[in-house]
Design a protein around this ligand. Structure first.
Ligand code: ATP
Length: 314
């Protein structure tokens, strides 16, 4: 568990982070969003002490971070950044094994761990282990960066726009992998992004920052439905919030049982979001959709009326 209590960071005259309090539970994925320069990266870097905070307290599992030896703090925290920070003259294998090597793991264990991570992130060892960062695509390099952050199996992951500047398909794949990793391995993650769709898709807790302060925090649905002020509302997408909310709700939440009427021809998966369902309706000019399971068997139906008519919070 990570806890920031009235934390402030000043750089000379500039107050980059201004009296913020934040608690991230074990296994929770917390996303920081806000305008450029609002203090997101500074907040992240204070947690692993790349930057020392000026005031307040930061605790990891109840212990002040200043009481940890730096090595043990870094071992508990993986750190991934947009520019990846890979060493250009080191192979992929050596880059990923960096922290375990610093921790003096035996050679065989390091190799085993690197192999495991590369498989997990879809980078076949035979193809990628000996490559250098310049021989990788942006997406592959970011995967290596994420693998390196995970190498010593830290409980905490700090990620600063780790998927920035990727094409939407690679980005979505990595987001799903991160979600999957988090739920399988119960990692506590603090994630910074500029991309609101990414933030809404990933966050258990969404934290909106402005000029060094926290404006609002909570579950993405809470913030979408009740933004604290105009700033939060407009950052979350203004009029587009309805669609953003629909993207977080599943078809199965609004589906009706199969009726004796003729089954609609157009289909949608029960795992799809309401936003996807709405898009199919618009695209196909259909007011009703058959909802199907993984075997493509109809399990219910969804009507446009039910989709738009039902109150957002029931
Ligand atoms: N080392 C530093 N020295 C002086 N000022 C700094 C330093 N690092 C950050 N700042 C200032 O602190 C404020 C917050 O910066 P920070 O990088 O945390 O913002 P951010 O929200 O991550 O921005 P972005 O989204 O653009 O990456 C900015 O005004 C920045 O100029």
């Amino acid at each position: 568990m990570i806890e920031l209590i009235h934390v402030t960071k000043r750089f000379g005259e500039t107050t980059a982070v201004d009296d913020i309090s934040l608690r991230v539970e074990r296994g929770e994925l917390c996303v920081l969003v806000g305008t450029s320069g609002c203090g997101k990266s500074t907040t992240l870097r204070m947690i692993n002490r790349l930057i020392e905070h000026s005031d307040g307290e930061i605790h990891i599992d109840g212990q002040q971070i200043r009481e940890f030896r730096e090595e043990s703090l870094r071992r508990r925290m993986g750190y991934a950044i947009q520019s990846t920070g890979l060493f250009p003259h080191w192979t992929v294998e050596r880059n990923i094994g960096l922290v375990p090597r610093l921790l003096k793991w035996p050679q065989a264990r390091i190799r085993e761990r690197v192999e495991e991570l590369m498989a997990m992130l879809g980078l076949p060892m035979g193809e990628f282990a000996g490559k250098y960062p310049r021989q990788l695509s942006g997406g592959q390099a970011q995967r290596v960066g994420v693998a390196r952050a995970l190498a010593a199996d830290p409980d905490i992951l700090l990620m600063d726009e780790p998927f920035g500047a990727l094409d939407p398909i690679t980005r979505e794949t990595l987001q799903e992998e991160l979600r999957d990793l988090q739920s399988r391995l119960q990692k506590t993650i603090v994630f910074v992004t500029h991309d609101m769709d990414e933030a809404l898709r990933l966050a258990d807790r969404l934290v909106v920052m402005d000029q060094g302060r926290i404006k609002q925090q909570g579950h993405p649905l809470e913030l979408l439905r009740e933004p604290a002020d105009d700033f939060v509302e407009s950052l979350l997408g203004g009029e587009d919030r309805g669609l953003k909310e629909a993207a977080l709700l599943s078809v199965s939440e609004r589906m009706l049982p199969l009726s004796p009427r003729l089954l609609p021809r157009e289909r949608v998966s029960q795992h799809a979001s309401l936003r996807e369902a709405l898009s199919i309706m618009l695209w196909r000019h259909a007011e009703r959709l058959a909802v199907v399971d993984d075997e493509d068997m109809p399990v219910g139906e969804l009507s446009l009326r039910k989709l738009v008519g039902a109150k957002a919070h029931d």
